[in-house]
Design a protein around this ligand. Sequence first.
Ligand SMILES: Nc1ncnc2c1ncn2[C@@H]1O[C@H](COP(=O)(O)OP(=O)(O)OP(=O)(O)O)[C@@H](O)[C@H]1O
Ligand SMILES: [Mg+2]
Length: 312
Amino acid sequence: MPLGLEEASVRQAPFASAGLEIEELTVRFGGLLALNDVSLSVQPREIVGLIGPNGAGKTTLFNAVSGFVRPTRGTIRWRGSALRNHRPHDLGRLGIARTLQGVGLCRGLSALENVVCGAQPRLHADLLSAIGGLWRSSREERQIMDRAESLLGELGVAEWAHRLPDALPYGVQKRVALARALISEPQLLLLDEPMSGLSSAEMDDLSGRIRAQRNHISVLVVEHRMDFVMATCDRIVVFNFGEVVMSGTPDEVIASPEVTEAYLGEAVHTFDTPPSSPAESPAEDARERPGARAEIRPDPPIPGEGLPRAQG
Ligand SMILES: Nc1ncnc2c1ncn2[C@@H]1O[C@H](COP(=O)(O)OP(=O)(O)OP(=O)(O)O)[C@@H](O)[C@H]1O
Ligand SMILES: [Mg+2]
């Protein structure tokens, strides 16, 4: 059954049904083939990492799942129903939430208000019942506010609730963005580089909090920090030039020569072969965890959010 604006009842389907299934997805931007015949899945309660070099198509995949770009070809199925013609504002009702590459908080709103904004899809869904009485509507508003406060508390940033984003340390902003995604109580969480800019300690902490969600959430996470991916994900899918190079367990992926060559390349250092120059110290994170590797790369651009439609 195709799923568009009118068919958001899929959110109520039992969690035991299939998770996210992407089949032969192709996205073309004019002459650029951003995704070519990509197939992957995220099962219920699974945390899948999506890795690959800059420009490999990772954010484009999120944009296609989120309804920001229309695929040229292929199928996106969520909980057994095909997603076609859906738009970003349908995600809340579909039970899908996303954090953006970068942070993407509203600068004029406090941290708490930003989190409350994440609940908007649910507010809209309940609009008719809210019209039933001011009392009920203000009670719902209070519940959302309470939930936003408690999420900030669970993520360890409650004391920043009434500050504007510009006044928050970067790591706090990332947690606020995560809280904004979690408040809609999604069944699928799409995280685009949630660890960029975070310290090792912050990353370990957030990794634990993300894993703690997996009893009721499927997670697809794009991340360049290999130590995070290795520690957090059940399975990893590797992209290169818009195609899936391989997928497997973290151990399988890290041991794959094709992956090392295609994705990690020369900018990778293991425990056994630490970087010779101190200027390459970003690999420090990896050295804290045996077997882990880290990529060294410049700060990425922040492409891909709110993009125009792909061309068919
Ligand atoms: N709206 C668009 N119009 C044209 N080209 C686009 C658009 N969005 C993405 N691209 C291009 O598609 C390719 C894949 O970009 P994408 O942002 O998905 O890469 P990525 O894997 O997320 O990279 P990074 O790790 O740097 O975030 C890139 O060549 C990018 O320039
Ligand atoms: Mg990206």
